[in-house]
Write a protein of this length. Structure first.
Length: 283
């Protein structure tokens, strides 16, 4: 072999070695790309939160709340004197795109805004509003204050995080960067008391719901536990009679009553636009 050939071979080996090192470096970085935290969920603008609060605190809504708090006869409508406490909060739910494992999908998506209502005798309710921009309308009223309470607890536990719900098991979490922490008993059962990583949480929900996403055969059958269309907003039947019916049973963890439009489904039809959504029972 000539000296020129030797140099050429040496350069060839060097190029191969360099290419191999570059490939190894790229492969080493691949897991880090997957481990990068998902993008933060954009918060509603302040004007939207203010509009939602105004809708919840309107005279029409307060009158509806008076009837809501007096539904079981323990309190006269005129004595309910409902008020809205605090600001409206965004309510997020587990994102189907995150469950599907789509790149850069946030953990949760915005479902509605919620305001806490309190009666003169201490009853609590959550007023749900839906819309966009500065146009928000009341669509539902549910007993209890889960939405605002967990929003406050999440802010204390992981400041700046996103509080969201995994509706299939009624688990509430707060997520920031790579951490997902539990906020209620159902969430502790799902991820442990110390929480988990975003990657581990994604793996868990993908395994549980990946075959139950919108458009799947499971969802088309209308089976429970996946992602159906029953949570989509629809108009209420304004002619429906006033009636109260508890959702669930005596073992219901929140003793929930809701406003819902579906026939035979829910609690109060008061002429408001509603969503057919129920709080899930603790099992």
């Amino acid at each position: 072999m000539t000296t020129r050939e030797t140099h050429r071979s040496g350069r060839t080996y060097a190029r191969v070695a360099a290419a191999g090192a570059l490939t190894a470096g790229v492969l080493a970085l691949a897991p880090l790309a997957h481990a990068a935290p998902p993008p933060a969920v954009p918060a509603p603008p302040a004007a939207g939160l203010a509009a939602a609060h105004d809708a919840a605190a309107s005279s029409t809504t307060l009158d509806t709340l008076s009837r809501f708090f007096a539904r079981d006869g323990a309190l006269a409508k005129g004595d309910a004197k409902p008020r809205i406490e605090g600001a409206a909060v965004p309510v997020y739910a587990l994102s189907p795109d995150f469950v599907a494992g789509k790149r850069n999908a946030p953990v949760a998506t915005l479902e509605f805004l919620a305001s806490k209502a309190v009666s003169a005798d201490g009853q609590k309710a959550s007023v749900w509003t839906a819309g966009g921009g500065t146009d928000w309308k009341v669509v539902n009223i549910a007993t209890g204050d889960d939405e605002t309470r967990y929003a406050a607890e999440g802010a204390k536990k992981l400041s700046g995080g996103t509080v969201f719900r995994e509706p299939q098991v009624n688990a509430w979490y707060v997520q920031r960067a790579d951490r997902v922490l539990p906020l209620n008993t159902e969430a502790v059962r799902a991820v442990g008391a110390r929480g988990t990583t975003v990657d581990a949480y994604r793996d868990r929900v993908h395994k549980a719901y990946g075959d139950k996403l919108p458009g799947s055969a499971y969802a088309k059958k209308g089976l429970a536990g996946g992602y159906g269309t029953e949570a989509q907003a629809r108009p209420a039947d304004a002619s429906a009679p006033l009636a109260a019916e508890p959702v669930g049973s005596a073992s219901d963890s929140v003793g929930t009553t809701t406003l819902a439009a579906s026939a035979g489904g829910a609690a109060l039809a008061l002429g408001l636009g509603t969503v057919a959504v129920r709080r899930l029972r603790r099992r």
